[in-house]
Every structure is written in C-alpha cells, then in structure tokens.
Design a protein around this ligand. Sequence first.
Ligand SMILES: [Zn+2]
Length: 460
Amino acid sequence: MSRSLVRSFAIAQLLVVPLFGCGPAEPADVADNQPTPDLLSGPVPDLLSTVDPDCPADLTCEDIPAAYKLRDAMTGSYGNYDVANRPADGQAIRYIVIHTTEGRWDGVVSHFQNPTASASAHYLVGSQAGRIAKFVAPKHVAWHAGNWYFNMHSIGIEHEAIAIEGKTWFTDAMYEASAKLVRHLAKSYGVPLDREHIIGHDEIPGVTASKQSGMHWDPGPYWDWDRYMQLLLSPLPSDVDPGTDGAPIVLRPGYAKNLQKGTYCYGATGGDCRDVTESPANFVYLRTAPDAMAPLIENQYLKGWPGDRMNNWGTKLGTGPIYVRAEQKGDWEAIYFGGQKAWFQNPGRGLTRKASAMMIMPKSGLPSAPVYGVAYPMDAAFMPPTKPVSMEKIYDVPAGHRYALAARTTGDYYWAKEYVASHDPSKQIVVKDGTEYYQIHFNHRVAWVRAVDFELVSTP
Ligand SMILES: [Zn+2]
C-alpha cells in the first residue's frame, strides 16, 4: 500500500470488530436455497464445496469490509475496489500478491474503511498471533497492486509490517497464518504455488514507463521466500545446479546465511540516510562485471539511485524466480536480467539450484523485442461502451537474450469504470481477444511479452 498515506495515520480508535467465523456455518456467497449435500446417501462432494472458499476452516478471518462507496455523484468517483464476479465472469485469479502495510493493524483498517483512500486489499495478516482480516471478497477486484492487470488477476494480502524492519515484524505466527491462508486460496481458485504466481508487490511492474520508479518495493529484502514456499508445501527447487550454460536457474542461497548489507533513508521525509546492519536477506546484488569491485547494475528508471539502497529493487536478484544463465567466469555467474548480463558471485554454485522451464528469446532477425507491464487485448477487441486501452513498452529484450517462460496467456481487460450496487455484466465487461502473451521475470519484476515477437528455446 501507499507509504505516505499510511504514515499519516492518526492513532486509530480501537475498533470493536465482531468475529465472524469463516467456516462452513457462514457460506456468505451461497444462496440460502442451495440444497445441503446429503453426506449419507449422495456422492462424496468436492471438499471445497463444503467449506468457505475464502477462509480455511482452521483459521478465523475477521470480516471487516473495506469501503465500497460513491464519493461524488457528479464525477462518479468511488472507492475502494471494483465489484466483480471472479472467476465466473471470465477473470481468472492467477496470482497472490504479498504486501506489507508500513503501519499498524488499526491504521490499515481505518484506511481501507475510508472511501477516499482509493486503496484496498483482500486480506490482512497481523504480526502477532497470526490474526487475519478479510476486507474484500476474492471475487471482487481490490486496488492493491498499482497495476490494473495484476489487480484483475490477483488476491492481495497485506502483512502488518514495516518492510525495512522486516525481521522484527515477520513472526513465526505471521508466516504460518499467511501460508495457511494462501494454501487455501490457491486451492480454491487454482493459483499455482510457485514464485511466478506467489509474488511480492515488489515484483509487479508499472503499467507505463513513467510508473516504474514509483512502484512499491514491499515486502522487501527481509521476507523469507525460501521459508514461505516451504510453508506453502511447495519448496523452491533443490536439485544441484550442474552449471550448464544457457540453462534456467533459481537463486536459493538459504536465508539465514545470506547476509547482506546496504543503506536506507529513514524518517518521515526520508532524509535520514544511513547504513543498514548486515543481516539475513532474500537477495544478492548484481554487478556489471565478474568482479567484486565492479559497479552494481542500474535500472534505466532508477538512474542516480544508490544501488545499495534497500528500496532500490533494480540491483537485486531475488530468491525463487527462474532466470537463465548467460555466462560463467570462475566463481562468477551472469544471468540475463533487465536486458543486461548481470553478474553475481556463486562459489561452487552453492547459491543456485537447477530449474526447469522452457525459455524464450526474440525471434531471429529482430534486433530486440518489446516488454510490457500488462497483457491487454488489441484495440479491435474493445467494443462500445468499452474503449481501447493502449499498452506502452517499458523495456526491450536484446537479440539473443533468453528468459524463462513462466506462463502463457491471452489478452484480457476488465472494463469497470463506475460504481454499481452489485455486479452488472452490462457495465462491467471482461474484454478478451486471442493475442498471445508470455510471462517472464524480466528483472526483479515480472513482465509480459507478445508471443509473436519471441521464439521458444528448449532447455540445453
Ligand atoms: Zn504493497
């Protein structure tokens, strides 16, 4: 969520929140007249049909609705989310996005309940005791990702924490409750439990070039992805990296022993810039050459930012996503990352694991191929009352550079521009066409490319 907005929270009054169980007794989305399954004589029902798809039976989800209100009848402005009917309306839920709140529980609640906030998330997990709130039902589109495409296709989960102080906020109880919730939601909605679909807000690209530098960096360097994927019962790859050139690999350095230092600008105005104590982290720094003294790489939208700032995601290779090895020199590895060859030290290949993925590269003959932050349909697919929504190139993949193919999809866009009392398919339209896209981890963040610009490459 927005740091500046959260920072300005007044001490919120203690909210008296009724505890609504999320178990089978409260199937909020099931019509009253739905027949009760006859467990004695009928067929064995699908397990999920007897439980709330939005909260696991062994957790308590407090129901704290986010504001959904018309703010101004003249302009039609409204907040804090869009009503939808996912996935039945044609919008698949394919991602779960991990956030940190940058403020305390009560401030988050009052923020999401304020219809002028223009922000919401589906869930909040507390730092202590694994407390969980549900603000927006997963069938609706919450405003959390800062990228409409990812809002359309994701469930957003806030965690009560300040990213730069992650180690004091990310408690065992928080990790365990969050993982329980995510496992349940992934099963309910068919979200793959891998690092291309369970992603941090810091892995979501901006929609346009001008939006890249302002994209958020939560949950940040101290979220233990290795541990989290184990708690999701879908651990990161463990096979030894044999060092094959041109092969897909993942960073898995082991959180506790991967000590990293850097700098950060603390304080309300960000003026208190100083060293951050060396501590376990989920990333390694990437350099322009195989040399510990070589400069860190630079993202074109973060020019002038010190590379060792903890919020400079442009220099950081994160734990879990799949990249492709470009070159090796002694203990150093280069991967294709952000349209460059980016280097990190990997003695004995102890920091990486073998991954399996198809790869893609720009079609032969092309000098480069464009990279996008969204996967929308072509203009011709937008029929009235919808209007074409253009896509803007945010990066280029140079000829010969390879990226791991994380997912394939076709273009879609949720046209939802007005406040409605309930989901209205005549006003809230899912625009689709057959434009094929490939998802990649282009740099620290995911991105989309058009299939027409790329060719598939087999694993060596
Ligand atoms: Zn966030």
